[in-house]
Design a protein around this ligand. Structure first.
Ligand SMILES: C[S@@+](CC[C@H](N)C(=O)[O-])C[C@H]1O[C@@H](n2cnc3c(N)ncnc32)[C@H](O)[C@@H]1O
Length: 411
């Protein structure tokens, strides 16, 4: 843990701290050893399961995505309200209970991550302020990567009197910011359409060689005359060129000097769509609006014919988040210990099928009861969803990793 600047206090904190080091209650059945070549689904309370997994997996997980209960006070299939109760000397409010629930799990999550590992946490307005303070403390403020705002719905609905809530967040923290590789994602189709020219190295787009924007003090080595094909001299139309004279001379095959619409000589560089055999990618943005909760609900209906749990995350969101941190074709281990209906499982199996990856996923979900006789617990929904996704991918000709199932047996 880094130097602590933020220290959130709440009644129950010291008890929550003790939870981290206390022994796990129960054991896993069957016995679990890791080969990192199969998906692992575990039924049970995540605190005990995490403690049991830690000796074998500390420092070995590349990506953790979690979507904990938001503490909204809504009635859902699982416990989403950490209700108030009178304490001996202080009154414990619902935020205190939520903090006591999440704190030891975040402490443990930190221990599972590799040095280049990263944590993604979904959260909404109810606890985002507490969660961020807690993550600053557990991970260190310097390891904060971003707070992505997700536009989760586009339809109008009933909100409170002042603002209609349409967004929630994904907090992202690195285990060690300097070791976390840059995030990237594929270019959008419209960005690809900009690569309209082509030569022996493939499609490229033209980028003006004169640097845009203004700068108080141009660098002298970036200001020099360039000779046009007709022998005339081109002076830089802005404060400086983008490359030095040496680079300009060395990379002549990437330089284009052409007349623009006004008949003036203009210098461009060629930016190729593929570099070193790989398609160029872009940096993701902190505003995300490519999928909504309606998509998540639709996906659940497609798989089961009905909506079995409220507000499952859309697979596109999870696929994109994991794809930002994990390059195509990778074997990074991913974990979600608030697995719910198994969205992370489906997303990861599909991402692997899409990009040739062999990333194993570890999902943990408790057996909260449901009103559905065929799928009597949320765990059974999660398992069935991952199984069905896997079967479909096999039918489509993919070779997904095998599934292994485990259960926490209470003492
Ligand atoms: C917000 S939901 C996750 C939804 C999931 N991302 C999806 O798309 O379906 C949180 C889940 O965590 C589960 N959960 C809550 N506390 C838990 C615990 N202590 N151990 C295991 N699972 C827990 C709940 O049963 C619930 O299904």
């Amino acid at each position: 843990m880094s130097a602590v600047r933020t220290h959130l206090s709440w009644p129950g904190r010291s008890m929550a701290e003790k939870e981290v080091t206390g022994p796990a209650k129960g054991f896993l059945e069957p016995d679990l050893t890791f080969d990192f070549k199969s998906h692992i689904l575990i039924e049970g309370d995540n605190l005990d399961v995490l403690k049991l997994l830690l000796p074998g997996l500390a420092g070995k997980i590349r990506i953790i995505y979690i979507d904990p209960p938001y503490n909204t006070g809504n009635r859902m299939l699982y416990h989403d309200r950490y209700s108030s109760s009178g304490g001996e000397s202080q009154s414990i409010d619902r935020h205190d209970n939520w903090l006591s629930m999440i704190f030891p799990r975040l402490m443990l999550a930190h221990k599972f991550l590799k040095r280049d590992g990263v944590l993604f946490v979904s959260i909404d307005d109810n606890e985002v302020h507490h969660l961020r303070a807690l993550l600053d403390e557990v991970f260190g403020e310097e390891n904060f990567v971003s707070m992505v705002t997700w536009r989760k719905k586009v339809v109008r609905g009933r909100g409170n009197r002042h603002i209609l809530p349409q967004t929630e967040y994904v907090l992202i923290y690195a285990r060690e910011i300097g070791s976390l590789p840059p995030f990237s994602e594929p270019l959008t189709p419209s960005m690809k359409r900009d690569y309209l020219h082509s030569d022996h190295k493939g499609p490229y787009k033209k980028i003006p060689f004169a640097k845009s924007g203004t700068r108080q003090s141009p660098r002298p080595n970036l200001l020099y005359p360039i000779t046009a094909p007709d022998g005339s001299i081109i002076h830089c139309p802005t404060h400086q060129w983008r490359w030095s004279r040496e680079t300009f001379d060395r990379r002549q095959d990437e330089i284009l000097i052409q007349k623009n619409r006004n008949g003036l000589w203009t210098v461009y560089t060629k930016q190729y769509l593929r570099e070193e055999g790989r398609e160029r990618r872009k940096t993701p943005e902190s505003y995300y609006d490519r999928a909504t909760t309606t998509d998540g609900t639709r996906e659940m209906k497609e798989l089961f014919g009905e909506v079995l749990i409220d507000f499952p995350k859309p697979t596109r969101l999870i696929r994109d988040l994991i794809g930002w941190a994990s390059p195509p074709g990778s074997s990074d281990t991913v974990m979600d210990f608030f697995a719910g209906s198994g969205t992370t499982g489906q997303s990861l199996l599909e991402l692997n099928a899409q990009d040739g990856g062999v990333r194993p996923v570890i999902l943990v979900q408790s057996g909260n009861p449901t009103p559905f006789p065929d799928l009597p617990t949320i765990w059974s929904i999660c398992r069935e969803r991952v199984r069905r996704t896997r079967e479909r991918l096999v039918q489509e000709g993919h070779t997904p990793l095998p599934l292994r199932e485990f259960r926490l047996i209470p003492p």
